[in-house]
Each structure stands twice: as C-alpha cells, then as structure tokens.
Design a protein around this ligand. Sequence first.
Ligand SMILES: NC(=O)c1ccc[n+]([C@@H]2O[C@H](COP(=O)([O-])OP(=O)(O)OC[C@H]3O[C@@H](n4cnc5c(N)ncnc54)[C@H](O)[C@@H]3O)[C@@H](O)[C@H]2O)c1
Length: 339
Amino acid sequence: MVRVGLIGAGRMGRTHYARLRGMEDVQIVGVADPQAERARELADPVGATAYGDYERLLARDDLDAVYVTTPVQRHADPAIAAARRGVALFLEKPVAWTLAEAGAIADAVDKAGVINAVGYQWRTRPAVERMRELLAEKPIALLRTHWYWTIPLVPDIRNKSTGGGQIFDQATHPMDLMRLFAGEVRTVQAAYTQNARKGEFDNWDGYSVTLTFESGAVGSVATTYALFQGVAEPPTLDVVAKELLLRLTPRQLEIRTPEGVEILQDAGEDVDSPFIQAVAQSDQSLIKASVRSSHNSLALTLAANHAAECGETVDFAEFVRRGQEGNEKVRPAVGRGSR
Ligand SMILES: NC(=O)c1ccc[n+]([C@@H]2O[C@H](COP(=O)([O-])OP(=O)(O)OC[C@H]3O[C@@H](n4cnc5c(N)ncnc54)[C@H](O)[C@@H]3O)[C@@H](O)[C@H]2O)c1
C-alpha cells in the first residue's frame, strides 16, 4: 500500500485525486490546502485528514509520497520540505517560477534520493515512445509546434505577471518533448506581441520562438491566446527527419513516409500509475520526467520570455548558468515584451 498526501486541492489536485482513488494499492491519508473546505471536500470521502497547512501533513509518520499541485509560485517550499522529509515527490509542471527555485528543488531531491516525478504527462504517451523508436539514429531537421488557444480561463494564469505567459504555462509540454527528441537547446530567439486582444487582459496574445539545438536540429514554436474556445485546432508537434514526418496531436500520431500515411490512435497519458509503481518498487527508472530532467524545460520557456523581452539571441547554456545563480533577469518577463 502506498500512502499518499496531497498538497493543493485545486484543479490538478482533484485530477490526480480522482485517478488515485481508483487505485487499489493507494491510500490517500491527508489533503492540505489553505482553503480548508477544498481540503475537506477531498479528504472526507476517503477517510483522510484535512489540513490547512502542508507542514502538518508532512509531520505525519505514515507518508510514502506527496503530490504538490500548488500554484507554480508556491511549488518550491512544499517540494523542498517533502524531499527533506524523505517522501517521494510528484510535482506539477513547470518545476518552479524561477530557475533558482527549480535548482534548489532538484538539489533537495537529489540529496534526499527520493523518487520524484514532474507532471509532463505527454512524455508518458505510448505514441511518444513510438516516436523515439522511429527517430532512433535519425538526425532531426525540424521540430515545429503550435498551440492555438483563447484568453486563459483560470484567473491566476490569465495575466503574464502571475501566469508567466503561454510559452511558460502551456507550450512547455511540447517544448519539453522537443528536448526529449532533439536534445539540449543551443540558442533561443523570440518575438511576442500583445496586439489582437490589446486591453482585454495583460498578456501576450501572439508568440513566435525560434530554436537551435546542439544536435543540429532547428525548432519553431507558434502559439496564441487570441482565438476562442472550440477553435478545433489541436496542439500539434511535428518532428521532421529524412523522408519522415511525425505529427503528434492529443489523441493520435500520424507517420508520413514515401510509402504512405499511418495513423496510430494513442492510448493516452498516465503519470499516476508509473509514479505509484515507482514508489512501491523504489525504482526511479519507471519515471519519464524527473525534477532534474524537467529543470531545463522550465529554463527553455524562461529563455524564450527573456529573448522576447531583450530582442537578442539567448545562449541557452549561459542562460541556465546565470539562472541558477539567481539572476533576476530569468524570471518570466513582465516588462515591455516585444511590444
Ligand atoms: N499537467 C498539466 O497539464 C497541468 C494542467 C493545469 C495545471 N497544471 C499545474 O498544476 C499546478 C496547479 O494548478 P491548478 O490549476 O491546479 O491550480 P489551482 O489554483 O486550481 O489549485 C491550486 C491549489 O493550491 C492551493 N494552495 C496554494 N498554496 C498552498 C499551500 N502552501 N499549501 C497547500 N495548498 C496550497 C490553493 O488554495 C488551490 O486550491 C500548477 O503548477 C499548474 O501549472 C498542470
């Protein structure tokens, strides 16, 4: 039996809770949220204890794992406390608000040697495993993603000062996969605009990012908050190698070769079962996205924000180094933006 505590009983806390409740080998023993009624709403039906303060949850002596699903600005303290307490950590994406915080979480997790996972659930899709097989040994020419969306519905994410922008919050999923397929990023250029919905909310509504990778691949990211719900254009990631186009959308993988088109329906993502299994078996190798491997996916989105703000080509390795030193410049850009 894996005994789990939840820190944060909002949208994602409830999502993981719903899946964990259905698992025979899991017992949810406590739920912490400063909004007491939210904690009680999840705790009561499963006989768990509700807490207003996560430190009281972590003080229990029967915890095996915690889920930290607090808003991103509040990831660092509970995540570090959980690692120091020696319990396994599932942390929602992105790892943290700043690179200094993300580095501190990764250091705490590594030092404690606890099982750890980050909510980059696209990595758990069978289609992604298939893409890795198809791309093995094949140099990638181009990665291209687009994510067309509307004004974020969640108040905390709507504005760039609290949500970090669409690249930071949403496109971080396909950009994390770009790193998985093409390796580490070398340079980042970006232009953002606040144009089509100027005055409606304080965030960029158009984002264009150009990447080069150490492997020689190039990448392109185009996202928008200017559209509407139900636009019927799914987030898409294309990966192009010699005579091979792989197109990943939320439910399927399209494989185009000179021989024709093959379409694989994807079984979908599952971050919770592998995490619980990894905790039960003390086996970190079952985890697709660790805190350490996800650190630079956060860095990539912050580098894009920074590139858009300063209008210069950002050297990614240098950006990561400066971010770990706590350089304020790598926070999500809240200043002038591209315009
Ligand atoms: N994997 C995904 O696809 C995905 C999707 C949406 C959100 N997220 C991520 O999940 C995280 C949470 O997002 P959300 O939409 O669930 O937010 P939310 O606002 O719905 O829920 C957050 C909850 O955390 C609680 N909270 C705040 N401080 C706390 C503390 N110190 N201790 C305990 N609880 C605290 C809040 O009261 C709230 O109930 C964010 O990192 C977000 O980026 C991931």
